[in-house]
Write a protein that binds this ligand. Structure first.
Ligand code: SER
Length: 314
């Protein structure tokens, strides 16, 4: 049977590139992009696109039935910094959309689900360096609480109802096609826009705020790789790591290409969020269970971002 994929949140940072990659692999007509708002021109023109509110089960069912969807990637979410400002809406969006999709899978209307978790599931008491897969988890943000609860719900639906749900704890994702919005790791994308437009950037984190990060194509590779993996012995949301750097380190790497680039620091409330998260991730389990491997290191990531954005901005 032909796979028919629905991507929810296809106008967002990861959803945009995931849609384009899956269309390349499976054919444009087999990947239905959807979001509550319009998105990237290429996404909207290259295949089916639906305006969809993922918190409405009716709306979701309408699209699933219309296209005979077999797999759903639920990429819509409110990220960490913005969720602190709108706790109730963040909880509703992040959880109601998840229940809607999990229930469709439980009712056997779809066969497989991808749902992203985050490094935000960890908290102040979790080990900071090489944070393991299983450890103390005491998230201190609304976003982290929703992701940790979501992981447990995915586990529950898998155990009780046999739902095939796959999940990854994404680190900060860096890309140039679509901007992230409302996250704590967003500085590592904004910095490139600042560097190319103004040769300076005012960072909202401290210079030594180390966080786990990843280039977009590695994140897409992980997502599709996990979804295509044959069989797992047990459900878990996987830690995946790639690189880890501080604002100061990425600024130094950018200076190698733009020598007069100037970075300044005015930490705001996002600094406290960053301090509650891991600085680096241990992803041994993902490497062992399904062969996860990252490709991009910091120098290559910086070069690719500057080249990619150069054409978008100028
Ligand atoms: N990038 C996300 C954020 O900063 C973390 O998953 O909120």
């Amino acid at each position: 049977m032909q796979k028919k994929v629905l991507i929810i949140g296809a106008s967002g940072q990861i959803g945009t590139e995931l849609t384009l990659k899956l269309r390349q692999q499976l054919g444009n007509d087999n990947i239905v992009a959807s979001d509550i708002r319009n998105g990237n021109y290429e996404v909207m023109q290259s295949g089916p696109f639906e305006i969809l509110d993922a918190t409405s089960k009716e709306d979701l069912l309408r699209v699933v039935e219309k296209y005979h969807i077999t797999e759903v990637y639920l990429m819509a979410a409110m990220l960490s910094a913005i969720a602190e400002k709108k706790p109730k809406s963040a909880w509703d969006l992040n959880m109601v959309s998840l229940f809607n999709v999990l229930d469709l899978a439980k009712e056997q209307r779809i066969k497989k689900v991808f749902w992203p978790s985050s490094i935000a599931v960890f908290g102040p008491l979790s080990p900071k360096k090489e944070t393991p897969q299983d450890t103390i988890m005491n998230p201190s943000t609304v976003y982290g609480i929703s992701k940790l609860a979501g992981e447990h719900w995915c586990n529950y639906y898998h155990e009780k109802f046999g739902v095939d749900i796959r999940s990854i704890r994404y680190p900060g994702i860096i890309s140039y096609k679509t901007n992230p919005g409302g996250g704590t790791t967003d500085y590592a994308v904004e910095i490139f826009h600042g560097a190319l437009k103004y040769k300076k950037y005012k960072c909202f984190l401290k210079e030594d705020a180390y966080l786990p990060m990843m280039y977009m194509s590695d994140a897409i590779k992980a997502t599709i790789g996990l979804m295509n993996h044959e069989k797992f012995n047990h459900y878990t949301s996987y830690n995946i790591g790639a690189i880890s750097f501080s604002p100061k380190e990425i600024a130094q790497e950018i200076s190698k290409h733009i020598p007069d680039f100037e970075m300044s620091y005015t930490p705001d409330s996002r600094q406290a969020i960053a301090e509650s998260w891991p600085q680096s991730i241990n992803d041994l389990r993902a490497r062992e269970d399904w062969g996860w491997q990252h490709q991009y290191e910091l120098p290559e990531l910086v070069k690719t971002m500057l080249q990619g954005l150069h054409y978008t901005i100028k």
